[in-house]
Write a protein that binds this ligand. Structure first.
Ligand SMILES: O=C([C@H](O)CO)[C@H](O)[C@H](O)COP(=O)(O)O
Length: 210
């Protein structure tokens, strides 16, 4: 099980500052969708150049023109690139094919997918690397989480790694770990804390034991 830190509400210097604090306690750093929207793939490039040994995920949430977008993110230095589970199968195939060509990985974000079990099974057969259940900010605000959806994908996915994201905090981490996803994604649960390094360290230790 691995820990991914999601950086969403920062600019490039802010991202670099947070990563310096927590780099020893995370496995993957995510350049979040809002950062890519604000700064472009330059954010991915600068983070990878500054931390060449860290695995960098570009949360592009691709929907179309997938092969091209994966190629651009790969060129910027991303190791893992995200696409939406609601995308056409043709787009998923394009993303997987390009990622394989570039030696990168594809994480599918299941946000807004209505039938998680059916789509997860299809995506698994399409050869994606990760399937991630995700409660986005807008549903987190309504008190929702993805813990049940995690159990659903764990029961149908045979090849892909499983991941979970959306509002995970120190207090809810044990519940997540119990289900043994391959990847736990935490944003605000770390970045909103005064001592980010200590929080990331504690979470990482629990995840490694899990
Ligand atoms: O993907 C995310 C969200 O849609 C904004 O782009 C976040 O990175 C993801 O939800 C993890 O962040 P937290 O919910 O703050 O843990």
């Amino acid at each position: 099980m691995k820990l991914q830190l999601a950086l969403d509400l920062v600019d490039i210097p802010g991202a670099i500052e947070v990563i310096k604090e927590v780099q020893d306690h995370i496995d993957i750093v995510e350049i979040g969708t809002p950062v890519v929207i604000n700064e472009g793939l330059k954010a991915v490039k600068e983070v990878k150049e500054t931390f060449p040994d860290l695995t960098v995920l570009a949360d592009l949430k691709i929907m179309d023109a997938a092969g091209y977008e994966v190629s651009q993110a790969s060129e910027a230095g991303a190791d893992i690139i995200t696409i939406l589970g609601v995308s056409e199968d043709e787009s998923i195939r394009g993303a997987v094919e390009e990622a394989k060509k570039q030696g990168k990985e594809i994480l599918v974000d299941m946000i807004a997918v209505k039938d998680i079990a059916i789509r997860a099974k299809e995506l698994d057969e399409l050869g994606v690397d990760y399937i991630c259940v995700h409660t986005g900010y807008d549903l987190q605000a309504l008190g929702k989480n993805s813990f049940e959806d995690l159990a659903t994908i764990k029961s149908v996915v045979k090849n892909a790694k499983t991941a979970v994201a959306g509002g995970i905090k120190s207090e809810t981490l044990a519940e997540v770990i119990e289900q043994k996803p391959d990847l736990v994604i935490v944003g605000g649960g770390i970045t909103s804390q005064e001592d980010k390094a200590a929080t990331a360290r504690q979470m990482h230790e629990l995840i490694k034991q899990g």
